[in-house]
Design a protein around this ligand. Structure first.
Ligand code: CA
Length: 426
């Protein structure tokens, strides 16, 4: 499968600063608005955004199936309704228009003025109208760390873990775009089962470093999507912080899993990096032993080499990087997650969001949550400003960054960040 927009030799006539997450080989989609204009769909290029609504009006998107309403929209869902092939054709067309050797748009200065906006002048909106949100638990190192801390190190993984991608259905309504503050949740906590619970602000607020993918419309209910078909139903990926209140989680999660510990907020990055743009960064996944059931077998390289890092910026502004991990560490890949999700007949829809689960690497320094980094509070993390952290404090800004890089091409995600505000204790 040749995707012309991925050619590493391409250069754009739009200036792309050194180290930018958004060269012409990326072209991620997002939704933005300016003070005077309605929300619309755009594509990031360098420090600019290409306004697809304006581009459509000026006739540059002819012979593609898209209508004006697909771009004059407050989410990417109408555009995504056209499916994988149309999305790929659209990205290839945009790539062609932005290539340094293509004069069609480049040399029409009056058009360029209408279609390019500075990222610094706009507000980025939540790009997806999220239908259903599913959270997996697919990093072996994370599952092993948690199992070691809370159960038996010798039996850290539960018996099902290597046979199916464990997941649960989460809450879609509280998924917010990067930059949205998160209030520390109130809730029931009970450190000891011998005492009654108390109601208080969570004292163990944590982040979870994750990557989420969003889907096109799937098959009708009752039918399944195979691992071989799964990529055709995935539009793109985003950075994802699945905020978690560990003390609330501890008391509430048996027997049905996390509830209020996870539903008070999740943060996503504003740009959806297409799966197409990430194809050049595919790598093999880990060997799966024991052998998985036939419906979970897959062919080809299905993991993706995406460098991930988490920084904490206290209110004094001094950032400390607390984790460097990588999406390639996933034990279960996206095609297996989607195949498992639908194997019983569950239908997926345009705009569903599926998160990876906390992505921890094999070594200290690569863990994807404060729970693991500070090892249940036993190894407080030293911050640049001299303070320490076991969990996230009020005023802390948690920033996730991610990028793939190869042959001098860097395909990045921008930032996924959120400041924690004090609990509302009424
Ligand atoms: Ca999670």
């Amino acid at each position: 499968m040749e995707i012309s927009a991925n050619d590493p030799r391409l250069k754009s006539w739009v200036d792309v600063p050194q180290g930018s997450d958004f060269p012409i080989q990326n072209l991620p989609f997002g939704v933005f608005r300016t003070e005077s204009q309605l929300p619309r769909v755009g594509v990031a290029i360098g420090d600019k955004i290409l306004d697809l609504k304006a581009l459509h009006i000026l006739g540059y998107l002819e012979n593609l199936p898209f209508r004006l309403e697909d771009f004059l929209a407050d989410s990417l869902n109408p555009m995504m309704k056209h499916g994988k092939k149309a999305s790929r054709d659209l990205r290839n067309r945009i790539s062609k228009l932005l290539r340094s050797d293509m004069p069609d748009l480049r040399d029409r200065e009056h058009h360029v003025k209408q279609v390019l906006v500075s990222q610094s002048e706009v507000q980025m909106l939540l790009p997806i109208r999220v239908g259903d949100y599913t959270d997996f638990y697919s990093s072996e190192d994370h599952a092993r760390n948690v199992g070691t801390m809370f159960r038996d190190p010798a039996k850290a993984l539960l018996p099902n873990w290597k046979h199916l991608p464990v997941g649960y259905h989460g809450r879609a309504s509280s998924i917010v775009v990067s930059g949205t503050p998160i209030n520390r949740p109130m809730g029931q906590v009970n450190p000891s089962d011998d005492t009654p619970p108390t109601f208080k602000a969570s004292g163990q607020l944590d982040f979870e470093l994750e990557v989420a993918f969003v889907t096109f419309d799937g098959k009708p209910m009752g039918q399944r999507i195979s691992t071989g078909e799964a990529d055709d139903y995935i539009f793109g990926l985003m950075l994802f912080n699945d905020w978690s209140a560990r003390d609330i989680q501890r008391w509430e999660y048996v027997p049905l899993g996390p509830f209020l510990a996870k539903n008070f907020g999740s943060t996503v990055s504003p740009w959806v990096v297409t799966l197409d743009a990430l194809e050049p960064f595919r790598v093999p996944g880990p060997v799966q032993d024991p052998e998985v059931l036939p419906y979970l077998k897959y062919e080809g390289n299905k993991n993706i080499d995406i460098h991930l890092e988490v920084g904490i910026i206290p209110s004094n502004g001094q950032e400390t990087i607390v984790s460097r991990s990588n999406y390639k560490h996933m034990y279960w890949n996206m095609t297996q997650q989607l195949a498992h999700h639908t194997v019983g007949g569950c239908n997926i829809k345009c705009g569903d969001m599926m998160a990876s689960g906390t992505i921890s690497g094999p070594t200290e320094g690569s863990f994807g949550s404060m729970l693991e980094i500070a090892w249940k509070g036993t190894k407080p993390v030293a911050m640049t400003d001299g303070s320490t952290r076991n969990f996230i404090l009020d005023g802390d800004n948690v920033v996730i960054r991610g990028y793939a890089e190869k042959e001098g091409v860097r395909v990045g995600f921008g930032k996924c960040e959120g400041v924690v505000l004090p609990a509302i204790e009424f």
